[in-house]
Write a protein that binds this ligand. Structure first.
Ligand code: PLP
Length: 227
């Protein structure tokens, strides 16, 4: 575990410096979905404090059985009836993929008198099998979600298309970056707009294209069983 963390850290650092970016501009989120508690404990012992899960019950169970100073992120498709497992203990929900889900989260947050930090997920590759708002609608949805009480909308998230071609993958990241620029022109608060993009296979390209949060599972914990 220490070795894979070190290797990843070296790669992140090198990619940052190659692209004129500072290491602290890119947050590493360790994706621990499907992985057992003991592996998360190992990663924690090696210094990692930010973990992400993509299934609501698994998220809740791991939050309850692990250290209180872990920052938990939620990155999976969230059904409205499972908001209660996730909303209170998430430092960030990356995967708000419809206006309807945002509204349901807003209702929940208002009832509980909490503020839920979220990102809007954009389907940059427009693959029908993927979740996320269509890029053409992203700005409009973003500005509407921003008005909803109980939510703190902090930026955009995307998952690159499942292809091996660098050009296609980078395009989905640069498209998200362009959306950020478009949307920011309409915002009064221009600080800290997050771009959650980049996974084990493509985080270097994502950093080159302006990512501020990378979500890395396999490169840290090894391959997952079919999921
Ligand atoms: C599983 C997952 C990741 C991590 O993917 P790896 O290829 O294992 O690094 C990142 N983001 C999301 C949304 C995921 O579901």
């Amino acid at each position: 575990m220490r070795q894979s963390i070190q290797r990843l850290e070296d790669q992140i650092l090198e990619t940052c410096s190659k692209n004129g970016r500072k290491r602290d501009e890119v947050k590493l989120v360790a994706v621990s979905k499907t992985k057992p508690i003991y592996l998360i404990e190992e990663a924690y012992a090696a210094g990692l404090r930010i973990f992400a899960e993509s299934r609501a019950q698994e998220f809740r169970d791991k939050v309850n059985s692990l250290y209180a100073d872990i920052e938990w992120h939620f990155i999976g498709h969230l059904q409205r009836n499972k908001i209660k497992y996730v909303a209170t203990s998430s430092a960030l929900i990356h995967s708000v993929d419809t206006l309807m889900l945002a509204e349901a989260l807003s209702d929940y947050a208002t009832t509980k008198a909490i503020e839920v930090p979220i990102l809007l997920e954009v389907n940059t590759s427009a693959e029908p099998a993927k979740f996320g708002v269509h890029p053409d609608q992203a700005q409009e949805v973003y500005l509407r979600v921003q008005q909803l009480p109980g939510l703190k909308l902090k930026g955009l998230m995307t998952i690159a298309p499942f292809v091996s071609e660098e050009k296609q993958i980078r395009k989905s990241f640069s498209d998200l970056r362009k959306l950020k620029d478009q949307i920011m022109a309409h915002l009064t608060d221009q600080s800290n707009f997050e771009l959650s993009m980049g996974m084990s296979q493509d985080f270097q390209w994502a950093i080159a294209e302006g990512s501020t949060i990378i979500r890395v599972g396999t490169a840290l914990f090894g391959a997952r069983e079919a999921f």
